[in-house]
Write a protein that binds this ligand. Structure first.
Ligand code: P6P
Length: 320
């Protein structure tokens, strides 16, 4: 089954299917561009600016954002917001759906040939002004997903009927279903965190990670492994396929005291996919999808993956 037929079978709204297909066509174009550049080439271009995160915008971030806008303008989307845009873009039509995107997440990995990706979320305007529609919480998502530009180009997507995995068939230029109704294993012995920031962690994170590292002789009575790619879509892809828990908590660094990842175009789309795959996604206290959105580029702690481990992490706060 290809993506078009999957959407026909599982999506209740033709407009949402059409927007997902536009995003898939944009992703194929982005994938082709990424695969056509030589490693190191992108750092030679000194045409760099800073994005809303203060990160250096590599040309591919900007190019990917522009490609998404070009395709979405011709789709049933009414507006668009992304990490590369200060505010939302109004497509000046009477359509009912809005799109959030991180056009090229993990872009610091472009030059070293590590998997990067495009994350998206689709919401209904719910008859609100665009101003208000773009600050609805994550429960209003109708679809979300992410493309991974790695050894394969893949797509994890949900339209509210479970989470499915597709792979790009380069010859046909189509996304073909690999696995439908993905279920993230409830138990895991693999955690993902950037351990270099240990000195900045709060007590609960320190407790949880230390207990994992203590192995079978410690309170968890089992051994754990650790993975950290440093690219959200790559770490998330592994967790959907074999389980695990991803942790990017808030920490003592001023810039990341509310977490590093962005709620509207990183945490919410991932959380929707995770819940559709029987996983859990939290900020440490509340479900990600229930978090109040105050502004487009709002940061949030993000802990997601195998339900048992995410709940174990949450317990670390109550047992402090
Ligand atoms: P750190 C990439 O820049 C990103 O936004 C996510 O893709 C990734 O999970 C995280 O930041 C990595 O952050 O602090 O380990 O470099």
């Amino acid at each position: 089954m290809d993506l078009d037929n999957y959407l026909l079978k599982n999506s209740k709204e033709e407009e949402i299917s059409s927007i997902v297909k536009s995003l898939a066509d944009a992703a194929i174009k982005i994938s082709n561009i990424i695969r056509s550049i030589k490693p190191q080439e992108s750092i030679s271009n000194n045409d760099r600016k800073l994005n809303s995160d203060g990160d250096i915008q590599k040309p591919l971030d900007i190019i990917s954002d522009e490609i998404l806008i070009d395709f979405l303008k011709k789709s049933p989307a009414a507006g668009y917001a992304s990490e590369e845009q200060e505010g939302y873009i109004d497509f000046k039509n009477n359509n009912n759906f809005i799109v959030f995107a991180d056009p090229l997440d993990g872009s610091s990995n472009i030059d070293v040939n590590v998997s990067i990706g495009t994350i998206f979320s689709i919401m209904s305007k719910n008859n609100l002004s665009l101003e208000k529609a773009f600050i609805q919480n994550g429960t209003h998502q109708k679809s979300s997903g992410f493309f991974v530009y790695g050894p394969q180009t893949t797509l994890f997507v949900t339209v509210g009927a479970g989470t499915a995995l597709f792979g790009l068939d380069e010859t046909q230029g189509k996304f073909i279903l690999i696995r439908d109704n993905i279920v993230i294993p409830e138990k895991t012995n693999e955690f993902a965190i950037n351990a270099a920031y240990r000195r900045f962690w709060d007590g609960a994170t320190l407790k949880y990670v230390t207990e994992c590292q203590s192995g079978e002789s410690g309170p968890r009575k089992k051994n754990f492994g650790m993975r950290w790619v440093g690219s959200l879509v790559a770490d998330a892809s592994r967790i959907f396929i074999r389980g695990g828990v991803f942790l990017y908590p808030s920490d003592a660094r001023e810039k990341y005291k509310y977490g590093r990842l962005r709620l509207t175009y990183e945490a919410n789309p991932i959380a929707f996919l995770v819940e559709q795959a029987n996983g859990e996604a939290t900020d440490g206290h509340k479900k990600i999808l229930k978090l109040e959105v105050k502004e487009l580029h709002q940061r949030s702690p993000l802990i997601f993956g195998s339900k048992e481990e995410v709940l174990e992490y949450k317990k670390s706060y109550s047992s402090l």
